[in-house]
Design a protein around this ligand. Structure first.
Ligand SMILES: *Cc1c(COP(=O)(O)O)cnc(C)c1O
Length: 385
C-alpha cells in the first residue's frame, strides 16, 4: 500500500489534531495551473471559502491569481493576504449593505449579482458613494453537475443566480443606472465535478446566452464559469494534482471567446484539497461485537465533510507498517454521524498511532467548529515545521 510521506517524528511534539499542509504540492499545483492558462486570456480567482488560512492565501496570491469571495470578511482577508482588489470577484445570494460597501470602498473587480433586488441595492449604494460597480449576472443555467445534492448549485431548484426570465429586466436596470457597469455573466454549477461533460454543457449554454446578450445590444467583456473541478479523493498518492489539462482544454475547445473577451475561473477545491491532511492520534482501539473501532482525537468539528455530505477521505495509519485490518474510524463527538470511514483497511493500529485523513485541504480547516467546547485545529506547514 502506497502511503503519503509525512514527517512523523516531528509530529510527536505537536498536539493533535492539526492540519498539515504540503507546501511543495501546493506550489506544484499552482505552477501547473499557471502554465495551463499562460497564453490565454484566462484569469483565475481562487475561491477563498475553500481554505482561508493566511499562509495558503499568501502563497496563492504570490502566483498572481485573483480571489473569489463570498463575504465581506473574505474580501478583507484576501486583501490582507496580498490579492489585489482589481482581481477580486464577489459572489453570494445574500450580500448585505455592509458587505457591498466593503466591495465598493475597495474598488473590487466585479460583483457577481444574484438577483434583481441585489442589483438595485448595489446601484443605490454605489450611487451614494459616487462609484461605479462592475457587475456580472450570475445566471442559473439549470445544468445538472452530477455531484452530491448539497453541492449542486446550478439547477432551477437551487437558491443561486438570476433566472433567465429576469435577464431582460436586469439588463434594462443596468442601462438605466450610471452607478452600474455591465461586465458579463457568471456561472457556478456545483463542486467536486469529475464528469467533465457537465462543463461541456455549461459551455454550450454560455455560448447561447452570449449570443442572446449580443442580440440585446449588450456585448460581454467577460464570462466567468465559476469553479467546481473535482479531485481524486480515492487515490491521493497516485493523483495528487487535479486534471487541469483536460479542464482548460475543454473550455478552450468549446467556449470560443470574442475578441478582447476574458474567461474567468473560480477554482477552490482543486487548488487546495490535495495539499492538506488532517493529522490525528489514535486515542483508543476498541473491539466491538462485530468490528473494530479506531477512535481518534479528531472529530467532525475538525473535518465535517464526511458527516455533512457523506464525503470520502482516504485514511492512512502513518505510524504503522503492520498487517492490514478493518476499522470503523470514528471521532469523539457525541453524534452518531461523527464517523470518518467505515470498514477502512489500515495497518494494525495501537494507541497513539498517527492517522492521516488525506485531501482535507479544502472545506476542512475553514469549516471547523467548537461544538463540544473543542479547540479549533491548528495548521502546520511542511516547510516551516
Ligand atoms: C464555492 C464556489 C466556488 C469554488 O468551488 P470549488 O468546487 O471549490 O472549485 C467558485 N465560485 C463560487 C461562486 C462558489 O460559491
Amino acid at each position: 500500500m502506497i502511503k503519503g510521506t509525512f514527517p512523523v517524528e516531528k509530529f510527536n511534539r505537536i498536539e493533535t489534531p492539526f492540519y498539515y499542509y504540503d507546501v511543495a504540492l501546493l506550489r506544484k499545483t499552482l505552477e501547473t495551473i499557471r502554465n495551463e492558462v499562460k497564453d490565454k486570456n484566462y484569469h483565475i480567482h481562487y475561491a477563498v471559502k475553500a481554505n482561508a488560512n493566511p499562509r495558503i492565501l499568501k502563497e496563492i496570491a504570490s502566483y498572481g491569481f485573483g480571489a473569489d469571495c463570498v463575504s465581506g470578511n473574505e474580501i478583507l482577508r484576501a486583501l490582507e493576504c496580498g490579492f489585489p482588489a482589481s482581481k477580486i470577484a464577489f459572489a453570494g445570494v445574500g450580500k448585505t449593505d455592509k458587505e457591498i460597501e466593503i466591495g465598493l470602498d475597495n474598488d473590487i473587480f466585479c460583483f457577481n449579482v444574484e438577483s434583481l433586488p441585489e442589483l438595485e441595492a448595489t446601484a443605490n449604494l454605489a450611487a451614494k458613494k459616487n462609484k461605479t460597480a462592475k457587475v456580472a449576472f450570475r445566471i442559473n443555467p439549470n445544468i445538472d453537475a452530477h455531484t452530491h445534492k448539497y453541492i449542486t448549485t446550478g439547477l432551477n431548484e437551487n437558491k443561486f443566480g438570476i433566472n433567465e426570465q429576469d435577464l431582460p429586466a436586469a439588463i434594462e436596470f443596468v442601462r438605466k443606472h450610471n452607478s452600474l457597469e455591465m461586465a458579463g455573466m457568471h456561472f457556478h454549477i456545483g463542486s467536486q465535478i469529475t464528469d467533465l461533460s457537465a462543463f461541456e454543457n455549461l459551455c454550450v449554454k454560455a455560448l447561447e446566452l452570449q449570443q442572446w446578450f449580443e442580440e440585446q445590444g449588450t456585448p460581454l467583456q467577460l464570462i466567468n464559469v465559476g469553479g467546481g473541478l473535482g479531485i481524486n479523493y480515492q487515490h491521493p498518492n497516485h493523483c495528487p494534482i487535479a486534471d487541469f489539462k483536460s479542464y482548460f482544454h475543454l473550455y478552450n475547445k468549446y467556449l470560443k471567446l470574442k475578441d478582447g473577451q476574458s474567461l474567468h475561473f473560480e477554482l477552490g477545491r482543486s487548488v487546495v484539497a490535495p495539499c492538506g491532511s488532517l493529522i490525528t492520534r489514535t486515542t483508543y482501539v476498541k473491539k466491538g461485537v462485530s468490528k473494530n473501532f479506531l477512535i481518534v482525537d479528531a472529530g467532525m468539528t475538525d473535518l465535517i465533510r464526511p458527516a455533512l455530505y457523506q464525503a470520502f477521505h482516504h485514511i492512512e495509519n502513518i505510524s504503522s507498517e503492520g498487517e492490514l485490518e478493518n476499522y470503523d474510524v470514528v471521532g469523539p463527538i457525541c453524534e452518531s454521524s461523527d464517523v470518518f470511514g467505515k470498514d477502512i483497511s489500515l495497518n494494525r493500529a495501537k494507541r497513539g498511532d498517527f492517522v492521516a485523513l488525506r485531501s482535507a485541504g479544502a472545506y476542512g480547516e475553514i469549516m471547523a467548529s467548537q461544538y463540544n467546547c473543542r479547540n479549533l485545529p491548528k495548521a502546520y506547514f511542511s516547510d516551516t515545521l
